[in-house]
Structure formats: structure tokens, C-alpha cells
Design a protein around this ligand. Structure first.
Ligand SMILES: C[S@@+](CC[C@H](N)C(=O)[O-])C[C@H]1O[C@@H](n2cnc3c(N)ncnc32)[C@H](O)[C@@H]1O
Length: 229
């Protein structure tokens, strides 16, 4: 097996393209089980900035007590989002992910008070309603990963007045998913469940890995505030 330090962007690109045949969430989670040990180094080669972009936007709008706030990090992976939020003063994290190997690394980071293994999209989120000050999902809203139907669950688990932060990619193979996601976000706003605080398109989201694209692909960050009923 190639050592992490010898890896190049081309190696990581090949690895990620090999996962495109994984069509179900379960396949994708198995892929992450095998990728976990190299994930942090490999996404650095991709210039993956989504965790810091999401953390920045949350930090710009959150006015409460950060040390006391409880953050639910959905599809937490190895813990890159909690690591960024900690730098902004947040101190209490609960993580959920489907991959046991990613969760092991999140546990080793010692950033989380609680970690739960759950395949998102199958049943309800394994957390209580109205209980988190911030709910965040980064890098997992795309085809074959977390279904759009889970967005309502994220809103349910948030305290009234709390925030939900989500990211998605805007490149060609995610456009259909992104449209469905934005439709659901708007529908939930029309139902009076939450209001949009910020939706930002970012051009240099991460390095492109597909054959049809080069340079950087774009992406989006959304921040919603759950309404007080
Ligand atoms: C690209 S990683 C993002 C991890 C972390 N949020 C970050 O930004 O580094 C996607 C994560 O979502 C998890 N995941 C994908 N689909 C899932 C599903 N249906 N249920 C649970 N976890 C899922 C994977 O196991 C993986 O840890």
C-alpha cells in the first residue's frame, strides 16, 4: 500500500473516481470505511475547504454562548468540522456517521462528547427533537450519500432559534441532487419551519476530480434559522 506522504493529487483522483460506482448509501459508507485512515491527508490534497467555509458562516451568525452551545455534526467523518468550529470557540459536539472507521478517528480526536453510528436515510435521526443549538452537515449532501429527505430531520433536531448549516457541490454530476435539495429548503421555508440566513456560492470549492472538469469545482453553503413556534 502506498504511504500517505507519497500520494499525489492524481492518486486521490483515481481513488475518488473508483467510488463513483458505489450507488447506494451503504456502498458509500463501505468506501469511507476503507478510506478513513488516509482521508484527512487526501482531502488536503484536494484543497477541501468545506469544513472551514461552513464553520466561518456559522461563526459569523451565532450570537449565543459558544462554550455552552451543543453542536450536532451530521456525517461527521473524522471530525474536520468540529476541529474548525472549536477554533471559533464552540466546545460541545455530538457526531453521527455511518462509517465505523471514520467514527473511530472522530473518537480518537477527543472532540466529541458523544458519537453515534447510523445510516442516514434509514429511519429517523438517533437524537432528540429540538435539542441542538447548531446542526451541521458538510460533504455528505450528494447523490449516493445522504438523501434530501434527511433535511427535515436536521431541522427537527434543532432548537427553535437554532441554526442548520449545510453544504453541497455544484459540479455537473451533483446538479440534479442540488436542485432537489434547494427545492426542499424552499418548501420548508414556505411551510414556516425555518428562514434562510445566508446562501453563498463559492467558486473555488475544491479541486475537480472528474474527467469532464479541471481546475476547481464550485459549491454552496446554506445557513437556516429554525423559527420559534
Ligand atoms: C466527505 S465525508 C465528510 C466528512 C466530514 N463532514 C468532513 O467534512 O470532513 C462524508 C461522510 O459522510 C458519511 N456518510 C455518507 N453517506 C452517509 C449515510 N447515508 N449515512 C451516514 N453517513 C454517511 C461518510 O461515512 C463520511 O464520513
Amino acid at each position: 500500500m502506498m504511504s500517505a506522504s507519497a500520494k499525489t493529487f492524481e492518486n486521490v483522483k483515481t481513488l475518488i473516481l473508483s467510488a463513483h460506482k458505489n450507488t447506494t448509501s451503504r456502498d458509500k459508507v463501505n468506501f469511507y470505511n476503507s478510506w478513513a485512515d488516509n482521508y484527512d491527508q487526501d482531502v488536503a490534497l484536494l484543497d477541501y475547504r468545506a469544513p472551514s467555509l461552513a464553520a466561518n458562516i456559522i461563526s459569523c451568525h451565532f450570537t449565543g454562548d459558544r462554550e455552552a452551545a451543543v453542536v450536532l455534526d451530521v456525517a461527521c467523518g473524522t471530525g474536520l468540522v468540529a476541529k474548525q468550529l472549536k477554533q471559533f470557540g464552540f466546545g460541545h459536539f455530538v457526531g453521527i456517521d455511518g462509517s465505523e472507521a471514520m467514527l473511530k478517528l472522530a473518537r480518537d480526536s477527543r472532540l466529541y462528547q458523544d458519537l453515534k453510528q447510523s445510516l442516514l436515510g434509514e429511519g429517523t435521526l438517533p437524537v432528540q427533537c429540538d435539542s441542538f443549538d447548531v446542526v451541521v452537515i458538510v460533504g455528505a449532501l450528494s447523490d449516493g450519500q445522504v438523501p434530501v429527505a434527511v433535511i427535515r430531520e436536521l431541522c427537527k433536531s434543532t432548537k427553535p432559534g437554532g441554526y442548520v448549516c449545510m453544504t453541497t457541490r455544484s459540479n455537473h454530476d451533483n446538479l440534479e441532487y442540488k436542485s432537489a435539495l434547494e427545492l426542499e429548503l424552499k418548501q420548508m421555508e414556505e411551510e414556516g419551519l425555518w428562514s434562510c440566513v445566508q446562501a453563498t456560492d463559492v467558486e473555488d470549492w475544491e479541486r475537480a476530480v472528474s474527467e469532464q472538469e479541471d481546475g476547481y469545482i464550485s459549491g454552496s453553503v446554506y445557513l437556516y434559522k429554525k423559527l420559534q413556534l
